[in-house]
Design a binder for this molecule. Structure first.
Ligand SMILES: [Ca+2]
Ligand SMILES: [Ca+2]
Length: 99
């Protein structure tokens, strides 16, 4: 579900980007794309920064699946119904990024 949302957002960003290139600069479009990517995916607590709080959310849900008491849909970044190393590495990759 999260992956589908990210894909849809990526498509929207691409379309909007093509339409908006004439009115705003290339650097601004890149920044907007990064903001949306961070907001929707790896900034799990939506506080504007990817940091240890997000990693803690991931750690609390680690090895969980739908129906498990620690399941957290937000932490399943690749949408495979399992919180695992792939999801953890995705957050780690963005560590320190801010909106
Ligand atoms: Ca965060
Ligand atoms: Ca996953």
């Amino acid at each position: 579900m999260v992956i589908l949302l990210c894909v849809v957002l990526t498509i929207i960003i691409s379309v909007v980007g093509m339409m908006a290139k004439q009115s705003i600069g290339e650097a601004s479009l890149e920044k907007i794309g990064k903001i949306i990517e961070i907001c929707m995916c790896t900034d799990l607590n939506d506080d504007g920064v990817v940091n240890t709080d997000d990693l803690l959310i991931m750690a609390n849900a680690y090895k969980s699946h739908p129906g498990h008491e620690k399941w957290n849909l937000l932490a399943d970044l690749d949408g495979n119904d399992l919180i695992n190393i792939v999801d953890l590495c995705t957050v780690a990759k963005d560590y320190g990024k801010t909106v």
